[in-house]
Design a protein around this ligand. Structure first.
Ligand code: PMV
Length: 343
């Protein structure tokens, strides 16, 4: 393994020159937290997510052979600094595979609040992987696209797929990819997203993961228990057992946050407002409503519940979220290319 190139290089005439793709965020029910290889974005553990049907990112890539550098437009504004650099580095990878030196214009419209633990990088790099692969003429096979998206942001590997996806940690570039996972049609879940703070986070997930792995005595125990959580989760999805799905997701996420709290120095993403939302979810459970939480690298809280209960859960969470926005999401579609006039 490891000898093959990242994606198969196709003849240059397959490159479309311009392509637009759309992708949605995903929220992990079994978390990715920690890399075993920072260059290849190989995670320490397998993870499993639900793709959402809200907050899509639409990205257009147009080759600009005469240009001396890439241009990145983000929500209508010329991007510079770290966000633009990450996109150029990703395009360098695509160019290397495609045997091209063409620069590109990348135009991204992102509807998710950036940097708020709502996985804007997942939808962003999934859409970019799909659009850039088409524009430069790379393999459009879902597994190749998932592996490519992973190099932009680990969680992006899962946004290629609709509904539920598992990302196999793998041991090298070839074996680390996401694919759809089986779930019962009876599940009918909703994720209620409570945005308690839409601003950018203070510590990036990249820095926080590294510090947690390097210094937290709780990291290895969590990584081991996460493997057991994943197999329990897969079984619960197949059974259509939403109560078990919620319980496992909640314990996995709280465990991940425990690893960070035990890092030196500690990383704490949850704010007082997050804890107020967590309390409101406990109240819902006491009242007999099926509801469980998950949280990522930010203060926002996502509540997994039955779709039929989503309005009630949203109302409770909205009251607790101290003025923050609340969104209801269902399982969403995989990433796809748009035909130009769909945009
Ligand atoms: O892919 P990144 O660097 O945005 O890391 C995401 C990590 C978590 O959102 C906290 C968990 C996950 O699996 O998505």
């Amino acid at each position: 393994m490891g000898a093959e190139p990242l994606t198969t290089t196709l003849p240059r005439e397959r490159a479309t020159g311009t392509a637009t793709a759309v992708a949605h965020p995903n929220i992990a029910l079994i978390k990715y937290w920690g890399k075993s290889d920072e260059t290849l974005f190989l995670p320490r553990t397998d993870s499993l997510s639900m793709t959402l049907d809200i907050f899509p990112t639409t990205t257009r890539v147009r080759l600009a052979p005469a240009a001396g550098e890439d241009t990145v437009v983000f929500n209508g504004e010329h991007a510079t600094g770290e966000p633009a650099h990450r996109i150029t580095a990703f395009l360098d990878l695509v160019r290397e595979r495609a045997g091209s030196t063409d620069r590109a214009v990348v135009d991204t419209v992102n509807t998710v609040p950036t940097g708020a633990g709502l996985a804007s990088s997942a939808s962003g790099f999934a859409a970019l992987a799909v659009a850039a692969s088409a524009a430069y003429g790379l393999d459009g096979d879902p597994r190749a696209l998932s592996r490519l998206a992973r190099r932009g942001s680990g969680s992006a590997s899962r946004s290629l797929f609709a509904d539920f996806a598992v990302w196999h940690a793998g041991t090298d570039d070839l074996s680390s990819y996401a694919e759809p996972v089986e779930a019962s049609a009876d599940l009918d879940p909703a994720l209620v997203v409570a945005v308690v703070n839409a601003g950018p986070k203070e510590v990036s997930s990249r820095t926080a993961m590294r510090r947690t792995m390097d210094t937290s005595p709780l990291y290895e125990p969590w990584a081991l228990s996460s493997a057991a959580d994943l197999s329990d989760m897969r079984a619960a999805l197949v059974r259509g057992d939403l109560a078990a799905v919620g319980e496992i997701a909640e314990r996995n996420a709280l465990g991940m946050h425990a690893t960070m709290l035990a890092a030196r120095p500690a990383v704490r993403y949850l704010s007082p407002a997050s804890l107020t939302v967590l309390d409101s979810v406990l109240e819902l459970r006491r009242a007999g409503v099926l509801a469980h939480v998950t949280m990522d690298a930010g203060p926002n809280v996502k509540v997994l519940c039955r779709r039929a209960d989503a309005d009630r859960v949203a109302a409770t969470v909205r009251a607790a979220a101290q003025g923050g926005a609340v969104h209801i999401a269902g399982p969403g579609p995989g990433a796809r290319l748009l035909i130009e006039d769909e945009r």
